[in-house]
Design a protein around this ligand. Sequence first.
Ligand code: X8Z
Ligand code: ZN
Length: 612
Amino acid sequence: MKFASTARAALAAGLCFGLAVPAFAEEAKADYPVTAAGAAQFIADAEKDLFPASVDNARINWVNYTYITDDTDALAAQSNAAITEKQVAYAVAAAKFANIPGLDPDVARKLSILRQGIVLPAPTKPGAADELSTISTRLASTYGKGRGTLDGKEINGSDIEAEMGNLAHTPAEFAEMWTSWHNNVGAPMKNDYVKMVGIANQGAKELGYADVGAMWRSGYDMSPEQFSAETQRLWEEVKPLYLALHTYVRHKLNEKYGDAVQPKTGPIRADLLGNMWSQEWGIIYPLVAPAGAGDLGYDIGALLKAKGKTPLDMVKYGEGFYSSLGFAPLPETFWKRSMFVKPADREVICHASAWDIDNKDDVRIKMCTKVNSEDFVTIHHELGHNYYQRAYNQQPYLYLNGANDGFHEAIGDFIALSITPQYLVQIGLLDKDKVPSADKDIGLLLRQAMDKVAFLPFGLLIDRYRWGIFDGSIQPADYNKAWTKMRQDYQGIVPPSARPDDGFDAGAKFHVPGNTPYTRYFLARIFQFQFYEAACKQAGWKGPLHRCSFYGNKKVGENLDRMLKMGMSKPWPEALKAFTGSDKLSAKPMLAYFAPLKKWLDEQNKGEKAGW
Ligand code: X8Z
Ligand code: ZN
């Protein structure tokens, strides 16, 4: 669901648009001469048709995501089916123009965007788009309404997420929350998911792709094979850092919980890492903090709470950062129409997202914000989407998107890397004399690594798992076994309870029922350090990289704006080059950022057997 995480609805996400228009996609069916001029006219008409369709669709989905009822599910399903049919009709037609000589380069680029940009393509068979969107809407809403238990009492999704990071709980309570959430939320989705895969795969085949996974891998200005190889190359580069962190954290958890709960060797128990999916571990930093260098003297959540700050204040801080770079303030409508906290009286999808309703200025975020450090960072992440959307709003419809989806996910995170202790002083959250001294650098880096480095294998495995489902190498009977195995192989974690073979634990992670491709987040973890290193250089920063904040630097803001404005109009390496000077994806800046920590971890881990 596009609008969700990245840019505009229609293409990026796979959902989208408007109440079934009887003449729908007439333009796609119209006869255009198969010439360069015919292709140009076809694209112009498609953009004119899809633009308003995407606006209606985004509005309908916004209402559904912020007020889940059977009625809004039905309206969203209807709207999503209509726009999917439209998109598929255009994608089929686009294929006809693919190899015409003399195509204008923008027309050629837009044809390929039309062809590959559907997240869940429906087959053209009558009724297929309806069935697919009914299932996918139901999956997302099922997630939104999900409940687990704590001490036998029902608890909603956003609260259970927070409780997984509450270190006052016992291992038995963590296990109860983890197990109930996976059992209650994931398992009931399995039949729908299997059906959905079958339908969407037929749609992908009609469009000339081997399966949906191949379509997802084709959106990166390179072949799907090259893309898989590129992610593997990056993973190999960062894996030693992950292994070092895993070994160290396992040791600390063993010290805290003892052999019976967390053995000294082998995988880590998934529910002990402070996060329902073990994807980011920063919340358990107090358990792993190094003696002496570990007490940072502050926690952003505690600072916010001590000053009585609200979720709205947190968003204002986020806006303040972007304003300091020279970006215009968020529009009045953002403040009026966003959802900042969980409404008490209705079901919503709490998983944070950023929306661009009108492809112009009606940007919004939707979060069930808690006053803690995690959500402080997430606000900067979501606002990154909104500022990106607004920056490229002058582009033609088919370029209203990030250079690739990893860029969209990286912008806000890159900004948030600038939330240094010194920055917290500048905005009045931290007292000047509380800035951790240089001997706390390892602690600061470890705190960051617990989020940034811990995430890497998770960021990769979600889609590798789904690629396997879409290409048939993972069959429905093996959904759960394959998931548990990949979680162990990549992350080195094990569930706290025996998993049923007929369960569907992957469904307990939002992006699976939400059908949001996930490799974007893996890429973003890497990109954001490239952006950050470049920005710090532009700002003339001299000290250790992780202490750099480019808050208030208008030059960085201008350079960033130049890249954001490009939207999807150019292959992503050009956008990367516009800001960093390099057109290659590289893990080097991330490795450089964490180099002192890696050295320190290797010393701590001496004598330990790394891996599982
Ligand atoms: O889904 C998100 C954002 C919305 S695009 C909150 N993220 C991934 C996740 O939560 O799983 C950000 C980090 C990874
Ligand atoms: Zn995002």
